[in-house]
Design a protein around this ligand. Structure first.
Ligand code: SF4
Length: 234
């Protein structure tokens, strides 16, 4: 039998994506166990998450604390001048855009419900709740998924910049897939019960080892399987 013709390119085939179960097992070994802890009420979480857009969590926390101190109720935030709201959240950056967005969200919620209690959304089907949030002004898939996962304990999978980067490197999503586009893909790959756990593991991995500029592949438990590993052995 004659040997099939080969060339260098065909021998260097792209390594397949790392299996989700393996990622979870290895990352749990260094960062686990992960325990869900309730954070804020759903509306508080929603406004806080809007404040985290395009800034660090620390700046968002300072902006959120300042807002709650100056305008303690959501009704007062609606009633206030947009400039007053912007001044209150100045620490979080993009204050003019975010103040307007926050007021529009609050007005829309009040219009829909007549109150600010969003906890009932936890009892609706996942996609219905996602649609409810993403139809609010300026609320995208990530913000919706954060509130659903962290406040409502629903099996949504938020994709932030760390998770987006790590998922591309592990071959779980394509290089061209945006973070917003990655939400349904990642949810299709990860079983519902594992989504919160995987979110925390991947974000921690992105912050501690698989860093943006220089990933520490030499200390990564997935270095042998990862298609993007800089230390992978042949
Ligand atoms: S091997 Fe390197 S690139 Fe791959 S996940 Fe680990 S740190 Fe990131």
């Amino acid at each position: 039998m004659s040997a099939r013709p080969t060339n260098r390119r065909s021998r260097r085939r792209k390594q397949p994506a790392v299996a989700i179960a393996l990622v979870q097992q290895r990352l749990s070994g260094i960062y686990g166990p992960v325990v869900w802890r309730p954070r804020m009420a759903a509306l508080d979480e929603l406004i806080f998450t809007v404040l985290t857009q395009h800034t660090s969590d620390l700046n968002a926390e300072r902006a959120y604390d300042s807002l709650r101190k100056k305008l303690p109720t959501w009704g007062e935030v609606i009633e206030a001048d947009t400039v007053t709201v912007a001044n209150a959240i100045r620490h979080g950056g993009l204050a003019n855009q975010k103040s307007e967005r926050i007021q529009k969200i609050l007005v829309e919620i009040l219009k829909r419900l007549g109150h600010f209690e969003l906890e009932f959304l936890a009892d609706l089907p996942l996609e219905e709740t996602r649609q409810w949030f993403t139809s609010l002004p300026g609320v995208g898939p990530k913000t919706a998924a954060v509130v659903m996962a962290f406040s409502l304990k629903m099996p949504a999978f938020p994709v932030d910049t760390h998770i987006h980067r790590v998922s591309i490197r592990l071959g779980l999503i394509d290089q061209k897939t945006t973070a917003d586009q990655a939400h349904p893909i990642m949810e299709s790959l990860i079983p519902e019960d594992d989504r919160y756990n995987m979110h925390v593991l991947l974000i921690t991995h992105g912050r501690q080892i698989c860093k943006a500029r220089i990933p520490h592949c030499d200390t990564c438990p997935l270095t042998t399987e990862c298609p993007a590993s800089t230390t992978r052995r042949s």
